[in-house]
Design a binder for this molecule. Structure first.
Ligand code: S3P
Length: 167
């Protein structure tokens, strides 16, 4: 089994889909933000606040090199900017989870823990800027993807099944 790398915008549901995939397959899953938080022993939010975005992107690069050399049979859920790693395709099959910006926002806002979900993502603080970021990234996600799944109005389980059929 080749690794699967889940990419997509903040809040699209990468974590939720990953949790369903591991329930119905032999994959195990890891998350790049979780790896970074344990390397640093502080949250992504704190890393952005205390050390800046460039520092965070350097950590993502270190994680990407480690993943390429150390991980197999794994579903890798990534932070929304991780898709920019040069070696992405050397890590595994790239699956892009897509949905329109407004639907993503709706999804986050309807979550019981919405304030926390918004707060922990520094790049979602300013929604106008976040929409611009989405517009800028969409063609780039498309370009890097081996497989695209439109997650709009689908449950995480439906997306997980579609993913496993397509890889
Ligand atoms: C980021 C997305 C976040 C996290 C960081 C930067 C981005 O992950 O890695 O705040 O650049 O889009 P999620 O996609 O899990 O929110």
């Amino acid at each position: 089994m080749k690794n699967i790398i889940l990419v997509g915008f903040m809040g699209v549901g990468k974590g939720s889909v990953a949790r369903e995939v591991i329930k119905i397959s032999d994959y195990i899953s890891i998350d790049t933000d979780d790896l970074i938080e344990s390397m640093e022993n502080r949250s992504v939010k704190k890393i952005f606040e205390q050390s800046g975005e460039t520092y965070f992107r350097d950590l993502e690069k270190r994680v990407s090199l480690w993943l390429q050399n150390s991980v197999s049979n794994t579903l890798i859920s990534t932070g929304g900017g991780f898709y920019k790693q040069e070696n992405l395709k050397d890590i595994g099959i790239v699956v892009f989870l897509n949905s329109p910006f407004d639907k993503i926002l709706k999804r986050i806002k309807s979550h019981p823990n919405a304030p926390k979900k918004l707060k922990k993502r520094p790049l979602l603080n300013d929604l106008k800027k976040a929409k611009e970021l989405y517009k800028e990234r969409l063609p780039q996600y498309m370009a890097v993807a081996d497989i695209v799944i439109d997650v709009t109005d689908k449950s995480a389980l439906e997306c997980a099944k579609e993913l496993l059929e397509k890889v």
